[in-house]
Design a protein around this ligand. Structure first.
Ligand code: UGA
Length: 434
């Protein structure tokens, strides 16, 4: 049965979640306190690049199942279930800034006149649902009944629509049978296994899962270092490990380290909250260290080969934190560019989707040229560095690139290219762990 839902916050998670809920038939109001964003959405624009999202939004707005507003009051009045999907940024000490969640909780409380279910969708530290409950109780006018549910999201940027429409599992954290039944109804159309648990366990599932995936990447990056030192090939090691289905091949891609708006932040937050709860999570601190070292090891590989980086012209393919997205938050590709610039290099950069957003962090100038055509990036370069695993970079005309370059060096930070093929075309190829 269709449920009336609202989502507060139209970032990656909020917007995609809202659109997917509408797609399966629910009535959805997406609220955001950024007037420019709401206006853009109301006029048919999409503030982020996410495959499939634009069609989904257009179709559901046209069908009358999805609408946008600036008003939390309208969202609370017009829905039975309110999802909180606002940012939870990292603070300098690694902890999470929960002020947006707290502000939304107060806002919801101020507008609460009848029973509602309030759902934490944002990634938050364990115990946040309890704090949200206390806050709403404190600020609600009169005695209004409500329940708070923790329902973490596991979508990956770049595959968000696909992940949301076909989830591995749905985690519902609540102590009450009433919200549990409604949450099951909301997710029924997605036909996914449901894990019903308490709010703290649900919150921990998210932090523990993301930290484990980050750990898996740091593990293979550490193995890659041993592969380089011993002459082994990390691609084959990962394949051999991954065929054991207790391990699995996914998230065993060695590279320049993980980034994005989730893993670095969630790892720091999990370490922080663990410390506050009395456990020193040294294992995860090491995951962070390996990730930081990975970038330095890659920069050292470039300096070793080129000797001097000052005034060298380097082509950089990729700026987004991974393929299929325009998101550059905590992007290892941008961090790499900044490191190379600090060494005095001159960069020719390209990304299929992320150039506009990258310009805000890596401004164009004499040392950074944004190149519209990926094929033109290598022209006049001393080396090309592949920093994001966009599949189209493997399909460039590399023979033509080879002739356009001053020297035939390629540093593949994502192990995307075929080494033997590149060498047969006359390149000196350096990947990660191979
Ligand atoms: C991650 C999780 O995968 C999602 O399940 C989760 O919902 C999301 O965080 C979140 O908390 O919202 P996301 O950050 O979109 O999703 O991207 P991932 O695909 O996980 O990639 C993260 C980083 O790890 C990227 O920089 C990527 O290039 C890197 N990575 C990934 C590797 O270096 N090697 C791998 O094998 C996999």
């Amino acid at each position: 049965m269709p449920v009336k839902l609202s989502i507060i916050g139209t970032g990656y998670v909020g917007l995609v979640t809202g659109a997917c809920f509408a797609e399966v038939g629910h009535q959805v109001i997406c609220a955001d306190n950024n007037p420019a964003k709401v206006e853009l959405l109301q006029s048919g624009g999409i503030p982020i690049f996410e495959p499939g999202l634009e069609d989904l939004v257009r179709r559901n707005v046209a069908a009358g199942r999805l609408k946008f507003t600036e008003s939390t009051a309208e969202a609370v009045a017009g829905s039975d279930v309110i999802f909180i999907a606002v940012p939870t940024p990292q603070q300098p000490d690694g902890s999470v800034d929960l002020s947006f969640i707290e502000a939304v909780a107060r806002d919801i409380a101020a507008n609460l006149t009848a029973y509602r279910i309030i759902v934490d969708k944002s990634t938050v530290p364990v115990k946040t649902a309890e704090k949200v409950t206390d806050t709403i109780r404190r600020y609600a006018r009169g005695k209004v009944d409500f329940d708070v549910v923790s329902n973490p999201e596991f979508l990956r940027e770049g595959f968000a629509v696909e992940d949301l429409m076909k989830p591995d599992r749905i985690v519902i954290g609540t102590s009450g049978p009433r919200p549990a039944a409604v949450m099951r109804e909301i997710y029924e159309p997605f036909k996914a296994p449901v894990i019903l648990t308490d709010t703290s366990s649900a919150e921990l599932i998210k932090h523990a899962a993301n930290s484990f995936l980050a750990l898996k990447i740091s593990y293979i990056n550490a193995v890659a270092a041993i592969c380089e030192a011993s002459g082994a090939n990390v691609l084959e090691v990962a394949q051999g490990m991954g065929m054991d289905d207790r391990i699995g091949r996914r998230f065993l891609n060695a590279g320049i380290g993980f980034g994005g708006s989730c893993f670095p932040k969630d790892l720091a937050a999990f370490i922080k909250i663990s410390g506050q709860l009395g456990y020193d999570f040294r294992l995860l601190k090491e995951v962070q260290r390996i990730n930081a070292d990975q970038m330095e090891r890659f920069v050292a590989k470039i300096t070793d080969a080129l000797w001097v980086l000052k005034d060298k012209r380097l082509g950089v393919l990729g700026l987004a934190f991974k393929q299929n997205t325009d998101d550059v938050r905590q992007s290892p590709a941008i961090a790499l560019c900044q490191r190379l610039l600090a060494e005095g290099a001159i960069l020719r950069v390209h990304d299929p989707k992320a150039m506009t957003k990258a310009k805000a962090i890596l401004p164009p100038g004499p040392a950074v040229e944004y190149v519209e055509d990926a094929q033109a990036v290598p022209v006049g370069c001393d080396a090309v560095v592949l920093a994001t695993e966009w599949p189209e970079f493997a399909r460039l005309d590399w023979q033509q690139a080879r002739h356009a370059m001053v020297a035939p060096l390629v540093f593949d930070g994502r192990n995307l290219l075929d080494r033997a093929q590149m060498e047969s075309w006359g390149f000196i190829y350096k990947g990660v762990g191979r």
